[in-house]
Design a protein around this ligand. Structure first.
Ligand code: FAD
Ligand code: SF4
Length: 331
């Protein structure tokens, strides 16, 4: 591990001021991802700015009837919040499908959005990796790529975003609130994470000097018709091979609104509005669900060991849609 200095921020302005003065500084929240990366010599900040004392731990009603979640709300507090369980059970289920109870007690909302890929080559400094060391190549494309992406890949990187929570936030169309030296701004969830392109070292559109202060949920929570399906190599404590978040608004057996987000298949939670449109105004039938699954995966490309994910994702989409529509029970 590299030498670094430590500072505890007392307020948002102080935290932003400190990070703006040093481009090698990093915020630390729960530390469950950053410390691992530092121990593996993948992240090498020379200053840590501890943000855990900032007043960003509230879950409050927002002006538009939704919910404002402070960036330092832990994954446990968020998943078990009574209002979240009642109005946004999709989010609660997605969080509880991830990590372990101990990790969820430490991990924060902001940190979950910014956790880095679990590509094993990224963590192994003895192998090439364009995300860790731009321009060195990608060990995964012709290597052990069972966990890797099948959608939105580039010749530079085929990593996936590992978060469960973010898949639900994508389906719920959350907004990320951030503060930087130039003031505050709001980033729609679909624009927060990036595809790799030729700059895979950039995971998000957040500036290095910006602090996530909150995530806002719109009023519509899809509490009646939702599903989070996570498929993984073992039943707990594993990242998703494929996950699906479904949010439906239904009336008289017909779908009024449909949102689907896939995890474990791309560099960001994957949504395709054209595929979702195939469900609007339609009855909830297996036939329509299969059509949307085919449309969602039509451009998917496998890299050998992960090619099985294309069929797996199609089947997961159909099953999650059946669960959300009430045609099949869910845990
Ligand atoms: C063994 C293991 C299994 C796991 N399994 C899963 C799983 O199945 N599903 C899943 O979704 N996750 C899983 N996780 C990941 C876990 O959810 C993340 O590590 C956690 O959410 C990160 O939050 P944190 O507060 O600890 O972030 P930190 O480690 O403190 O920070 C992560 C990054 O975010 C930055 N950061 C933190 N807060 C802010 C902020 N407010 N503004 C700007 N930058 C910020 C930091 O600078 C750092 O770069 C697992 C982790 C481990 C170790
Ligand atoms: S897939 Fe991305 S993160 Fe993994 S080795 Fe290739 S460039 Fe690195």
């Amino acid at each position: 591990m590299n030498r670094f200095s430590y500072e505890r921020a007392e307020n948002v302005a102080g935290a932003v001021g400190s990070i703006a003065r040093n481009e090698r500084a990093r915020f630390i929240a729960g530390g469950t991802n950053l410390l691992d990366l530092m121990k593996e010599n993948v992240a090498r900040p020379n200053q840590l700015i501890d943000i855990t004392r900032l007043p960003l731990k509230g879950i409050d009603a927002s002006q538009d009837g939704g919910l404002r979640i402070g960036a330092l709300v832990t994954n446990s507090d968020l998943a078990y919040n009574a209002e979240v369980e009642r109005r946004y059970p999709l989010l609660s289920k997605a969080i509880l499908a991830g990590a372990s109870a101990q990790l969820r007690n430490m991990a924060t909302t902001g940190g979950n959005l910014l956790q880095r890929t679990r590509c094993s080559y990224f963590y192994d400094t003895g192998t090439p990796c364009n995300k860790r060391a731009p321009g060195t190549g990608c060990g995964a494309i012709e290597g052990f790529n069972r966990m890797h992406a099948i959608l939105g890949t580039s010749g530079a990187c085929i990593a996936t975003h590992p978060s469960d929570m973010c898949v639900a936030l994508a389906a719920l169309e959350a907004i990320v609130r951030v503060t930087g030296p130039k003031g505050e701004r709001a980033i729609p969830f679909a624009e927060f994470h990036r595809l790799p392109g030729d700059t895979p070292h950039l995971d998000t559109n957040l500036g290095q000097d910006e602090l996530i202060t909150a995530v806002e949920l719109p009023a519509q929570g899809f509490s009646e018709h939702h599903a989070y399906l996570k498929l993984r190599d073992r039943l707990s404590y594993a990242f998703a091979l494929v996950s699906v978040a479904v949010a439906l608004d239904m009336k008289d057996g017909h779908i009024q609104e449909a949102r689907l987000a896939l995890g474990g298949v791309a560099h960001k939670p994957w949504r395709d509005p054209r595929a979702e449109a195939l469900l609007r105004g339609k009855p909830a039938t297996e036939e329509h669900f299969r059509a949307v699954a085919e449309a969602l995966l039509r451009d998917a490309k496998g890299f050998g060991r992960n090619t099985f994910k294309i069929e797996l994702a199609k089947r997961a989409v159909v099953r999650a849609l059946r669960q959300a529509a009430g045609l099949e029970s869910q845990p």
